[in-house]
Design a protein around this ligand. Sequence first.
Ligand code: CO
Length: 272
Amino acid sequence: MIDRIHHVGIVVHSADDALGFFRDTLGLPVTEDRVVEEQGVRGVLLACGENEIELLEPTRDDTGVARFLQSRGQTLHHICFNTDDIDAELARLKAMNVQLIDETPRDGLAGRIAFIHPKAMHGVLVELATPPAGSHVSHDKGFDHLAVSVADYIAAQESWKHIVGLEVVNEIHPEGRGMVIGQMPCGQAIIELLAATTPDSPLAQRLLEQGERASSMVAIEVADLDAEVAKYRAKGLTMPDPAVGVLPDSRTSTISAEQAFGLAIQLIEFKR
Ligand code: CO
């Protein structure tokens, strides 16, 4: 069973440079750092509560990850889900004829891993992982939410439900944005399906230009947004003043992807 987001993977030019931000500025602890020869990457995992952020630096240029970096630049590469039994998950997916990249699990940074083909998941590359005994575990909240833009909202809900086991339990229609947000809880985080409801909305335009994909963004809940913004500004980052967020009773400010090695970090405070 899939019970939480294990990590989001981002492709970077230099893991050392990216560590200067994720480890030193954000303060996330490194839980794993090694070269996976057969994949041609140096991978680094950093813990963020119950979730992790995976940095992938290509170590040679004849791999899919290296080509991805060349064509797309530093950005989100995949979303990985934790399962206690990857063999059972793969058997279940094969029985449903889901298109897979890996028919059998292989060794990866997060344990025994396998990738589902992005065609099966509306443009999102999804990894499944069963970590080895004794690996990092936290029961703290990590990500608040991730977002995935989809062209066909109904079909996407079906895929996420049948392949990953996540269901939309709440819908938000932010005023004036021509979009619907379908919230799918996963552990303590939420994955949002974003779908356009009018053809002239900014989201509809983005879908036309970029196609369906996961946003290169993670939102992290903070207790005191003003204090966090002040802290990161003092560290030299540029952050907009906190503003009313799209989600009800929220305020947000974001560390731009340009400052965060391709992964925008939205800080979100809820009035609870
Ligand atoms: Co990964």
